[in-house]
Design a protein. Sequence first.
Length: 225
Amino acid sequence: MGAYLCLPETANYLCCSESANYLCCPQKNYRVATENPPKRSAKVPFRLSWYERHILRKHWVDTVLAQDPHIFLHTMVNSISDSPRLLDIIACKLYHPDFACISEWPKLKRMASGNCQFFTKQIVDNHLDEDLVRKDSEKLGFIHIQYAAYGFKPFFLDIWQLNMLKLAEGCEFPKAHEKQVFMKAFKTLLAFLCTVMVMEYEDSMQLIRHTEREYRKNELIASMV
């Protein structure tokens, strides 16, 4: 093969299993390169001041999650309502739950819980350290490869971001100034995460397509020998 797809160090192969910790190409399994090439996403700036990080850490759990512990589930439901096509993508076109009770759909609840854990890890555990946040954000692009075959497009993230910001805006803060700082910082954080994710997604998809072309070319050459 003429090219390889780079995944996190813990992964050795691409896998089509939804429950796996590594990711899939619908057509073939490809061995992973041991060295990661330079990333476009490394140029995306992380523009959060010390005070903005402090405010995010101060209010993420005690204000936002305390008032709306299911904010990510509500965000997903609202996003599907705005763009019903998202339901096909999340369901991988295999199952269509009744929208009236979609908030009880186990897969959607698992995704929302995973999103909440991810954000809490970045804000609380990683203290919004740029290197740690950037490294985890890059993995999001790989994770979404599994939905490419079902019509996933990066612009769906714009819908998700808008709904997330609306719900966060609805929370009550003890001080108006701190809410203003929080919302500005949260918007910056969302934009950073989604931008890095989209770049990693696009680069990974491009590499998969290139690898598949090389594979088909080698198969054709072998058949002619």
